[in-house]
Design a protein around this ligand. Structure first.
Ligand code: NAD
Ligand code: LMR
Length: 338
């Protein structure tokens, strides 16, 4: 697998700038995400859409920053949803309610399923070739919802990605501290899904290889659990004020940048949660693995699970058990969605 440093080294000089739409742009994630995109020279235009009436102010605020990226407010109701995504190469969806202490991500399903269905229907109609990065939880179910909505509308769903980049960012950071490494050099693949035991950091494949070899089995298990529960750690620390926003904005900006670099001809690998039928070693139809991204926004090659140790194989079995129900819940919701 390519390290981030290798991916950077393979960068070509071709530069094709891209349009990004942020749906949920006035939220805790949406605002810093739009800011990071406004500061990314590979982005041409950031379209900000949110039902919150503060959104025109968010776009106005961003527009005073002296970077060449153009930002615009594109409306705040269902009539302008399609307008918001028209011409987008990448659509990011942080719209939706966040957790409070004591809640699971699945507890958000009732509210967020409808939001994702509405927004992705607009994407299917107005931006059928855009990459869609779904941040809204529960990702394990909202990605199947989006995929089924695309299927119902007769649109190719192979550019839909569940954004799990925050799990990788966290794993890289925690490993870098324990292994005394520069976080820029650390690469931890995180596979599975994005909730509790479905989050599987593959610590046996960490790069630089051997950097956490001093950890014993108990410490590896504790590190795994910390990565799996990192979202809850933030939810508890915010004590009712929401979930991760700043680290998520960073992660989503990195995901968007990776997609754009791949579109511009670079060889880029990111883990993301996608529809992946018949993936060896996995008995569910949606799973996150390292993906070689293509210039057309689709997966060029699914790099799969790689070699797992017995501990990690057991984590995959547990993840699949939970994922099966969460995937099915999303598929059933979409089947009944009008
Ligand atoms: P937030 O409440 O701060 O912001 C959500 C925004 O969505 C609000 O501005 C709201 O007005 C907007 N919104 C609601 N319905 C909308 C619609 N139909 N169209 C457009 N905008 C709409 O919440 P947040 O902290 O930004 O979190 C957003 C979502 O991201 C939550 O579901 C949260 O669980 C999820 N999340 C995912 C990850 C991940 O790793 N994938 C990480 C953190 C948070
Ligand atoms: C996270 O991992 O931080 C997000 O999924 C938000 C949450 O509810 O934990």
């Amino acid at each position: 697998m390519l390290s981030r440093a290798t991916a950077r080294a393979l960068s070509t000089t071709t530069q094709v700038n891209k349009n990004v739409a942020v749906l949920g742009a006035a939220g805790g994630i949406g605002q810093p995400l739009a800011l990071l995109l406004k500061c990314n020279n590979s982005v041409t235009n950031v379209a900000c859409f949110d039902v919150n009436p503060v959104t025109p102010g968010v776009a106005a605020d961003l527009s005073h920053i002296d970077t060449k990226v153009i930002t615009g407010f594109v409306g705040a109701d269902s009539a302008t949803m399609e307008e918001a995504v028209k011409g987008a190469d990448v659509v990011l969806i942080p719209a939706g309610v966040p957790r409070k202490p004591g809640m699971t991500r699945d507890d958000l399903f009732n509210t967020n399923a409808t939001i994702v269905a509405q927004l992705t229907a607009a994407c299917a109609k107005a931006a059928p070739n855009a990459v869609v990065g779904i941040i809204c939880n529960p990702v394990n179910s909202t990605v199947p919802i989006a995929t089924e909505i695309y299927k119902q509308l007769g649109v190719d769903a192979s550019r839909i990605y569940g954004v799990t980049t925050l799990d990788i960012v966290r794993a890289n950071e925690f490993v870098s501290v324990l292994g005394s490494q520069d976080p820029n050099d650390v690469h931890v693949p995180v596979i599975g899904g994005h909730a509790g035991v479905t989050i599987i950091p593959v610590l046996s494949q960490v790069q630089p290889a051997g950097c956490i070899d001093s950890l014993n089995a108990e410490e590896i298990s504790a590190l795994t659990e910390r990565i799996q529960n990192a979202g809850t750690e933030v939810v508890q620390a915010k004590a009712g004020g929401g979930s991760a926003t700043l680290s998520m904005a960073y992660a989503a900006a990195r995901f968007a940048d990776s997609v754009i670099r791949a579109m511009n001809g670079e060889e880029v690998v990111e883990c993301a949660y996608i529809k992946a039928e018949n993936l060896p070693g996995v008995d569910v139809d949606y799973f996150s693995t390292p993906l070689l991204l293509g210039a057309d926004g689709k997966v060029k090659e699914n790099l799969g699970l790689g070699e797992l140790n017995a501990f990690e194989q057991d984590l995959v079995s547990k993840a699949c058990e939970q994922l099966a129900g969460e995937i099915n819940k999303g598929v059933e919701f979409a089947a009944n969605y009008k």
